[in-house]
Design a protein around this ligand. Structure first.
Ligand code: NOJ
Length: 465
């Protein structure tokens, strides 16, 4: 087998999920409500009023899901811990049932030769902490610190790869500024900026905790979701314009991590609403990481505009995008996101912590051609097979773009596909399906889609096929 898109030996191929999106069992075994349980219970917050109460019932079905991953040849798995299962009151007493659950999950992964990659925080803050101010208040730092300590000292003997917080600008922006995600708040800029800073400090606390308690071979990094700016035409002047916009819109997260300072330009933009911070906090934020994780889904085009300034191009309605309509199909975002991060911040290692695409996949679905030409084959069971050729097409082009970055010497060592199974897509409920495995939410039956067999082969051959 030859492919022009072979990957370096040892490249990490994985899949990713998050606790609140797959586990369900939201009230079982002493788990307390998270902000997502509370938010989704309010009318009008999620699509069709659906909530994470059952989701994929992974809490009970985790063994089957791990077996499925093993069968598909997936050897790396990124998952997150539910703080509400481990410390239901947010701080203080631990809940043994929660620890048993994650101990079992981790053991099951290892027994199946799957490396666990664990995220401390993927958006499901304990509601009890939100009631005390949540990310807005400085008290979150102590609460997070005790949570991080107990987690690393318990799981750190087996978990050697840690992701700190998932998409800080994402959960702060959507949750505290726009009110579209939990906890559904629309705070002033000052409060939003301060909440953002607290989350950044918690990232630093997580890094420090892994260093202190995770053992010498433990590795840790952030999961960031930069808005990726792509030069519409790949000539030096357009590349420079795109890089300038990329640097500016992502600087408030990446610059402090790599330089220990909020950039002056960011602080000036914030003006009187700038976050308050101490030297010690900035030191925590900027401790060296082992890798930078990037979630890459979409991109925005920039060109040099008429006045010689960078101009972001609006995308017409007909631009290819997923049914999750924010998700523009811009595969070059992979390459340019990695390249700009590399040029601006020089991380020693990068990983794609998430990439994938959401559609309303369902079994069957004859295409227009099939209807017109009668191309369906009666002997085939289209009712149980999910031919997500569209997802494969999307993933293939993004992976080719990853390959381009590696070819140019950018230190990218792994890729986690979002997601293993269709799951609770936050405010979009259950309609936007990101899985390479279909979940029937009534029966909990899992059916690998065509993309699952395709990805399996990609992993087996260590190449884009
Ligand atoms: C990023 C988030 O981390 C994940 O939770 C979400 O499901 C995907 N984007 C798809 O929207």
């Amino acid at each position: 087998m030859t492919s022009n898109y072979s990957f370096p030996p040892g490249f990490v191929w994985g899949t990713a999920t998050a606790a609140a999106q797959i586990e369900g069992a939201t009230t079982e075994d002493n788990k307390s409500p998270s902000i997502w349980d509370t938010f989704a219970a309010k009318p009008g917050t999620t699509k069709d009023g659906l909530n994470p109460e059952v989701a994929c019932d992974h809490y009970h079905l985790y063994k089957d899901d791990v077996a499925l991953m093993a069968k598909l040849g997936i050897r790396h798995y990124r998952f997150s811990l539910a703080w509400t299962r481990l410390i239901p009151d947010g701080t203080g007493e631990i809940n043994q049932a929660g620890f048993d659950y994650y101990n079992n999950l981790i053991d099951e992964l290892i027994a199946n030769d799957i490396t666990p990659w664990c995220t401390f925080y993927h958006w499901d803050l304990p509601q009890v902490l939100e009631d005390k101010g949540g990310w807005r208040e400085r008290s979150i730092l102590d609460a997070f610190s005790s949570y991080a300590k107990i987690v690393v000292s318990t799981f750190g003997d087996r978990v050697k790869n840690w992701f700190t917080l998932n998409e800080i600008p994402g959960f702060i922006g959507h949750g505290y500024k726009l009110g579209l995600h939990a906890p559904g708040a629309k705070e002033s800029s000052q409060v939003v900026n301060q909440a953002f800073h607290h989350a950044m400090v918690c990232h630093g606390i997580a890094v420090k905790t892994v260093r202190d308690l995770g053992g010498p071979d433990a590795r840790v990094g952030l999961v960031h979701n930069p808005e990726i700016i792509v030069p519409f035409i790949e000539t030096p002047e357009h590349i420079e314009a795109a890089k300038a916009v990329f640097a500016q819109i992502n600087e408030h997260t990446l610059a402090p991590i790599y330089s220990g300072k909020y950039p002056d330009s960011y602080l000036e933009r914030c003006g009187a609403d700038a976050p308050r911070f101490t030297e010690e906090e900035m030191e925590l934020i900027s401790q060296p990481m082992d890798f930078l994780g990037l979630n890459v889904y979409r991109g925005h085009f920039v060109r040099v505009g008429a006045d010689n300034k960078p101009e972001v191009l609006p995308l017409p309605k007909a631009f290819p995008r997923a049914e999750a309509d924010w998700l523009n199909h811009v595969p070059q975002a992979m390459y340019w996101g990695l390249r700009f991060c590399h040029e601006l911040y020089n991380p020693n290692e990068m990983l794609i912590a998430e990439n994938g695409v959401g559609y309303h996949d369902a079994p069957g679905m004859p295409t227009t051609q099939e209807v017109i030409h009668g191309w369906t084959h009666p002997e085939r069971d289209y009712d149980s097979e999910i031919l997500d050729t569209h997802r494969c097409q999307y993933l293939r082009t993004y992976l080719q773009s990853v390959h381009r970055a590696i070819e140019e010497g950018i230190p990218l060592t792994g890729y986690f596909l979002w997601s293993l199974i269709d799951n609770f897509e936050w405010a979009d409920g259950y309609t936007s399906r990101f899985g390479i495995v279909h979940t029937d939410f009534k029966t909990q039956r899992r059916t690998p889609k065509l993309s699952a067999s395709w990805y399996s082969e990609v992993i087996r051959h260590n190449a884009v096929l």
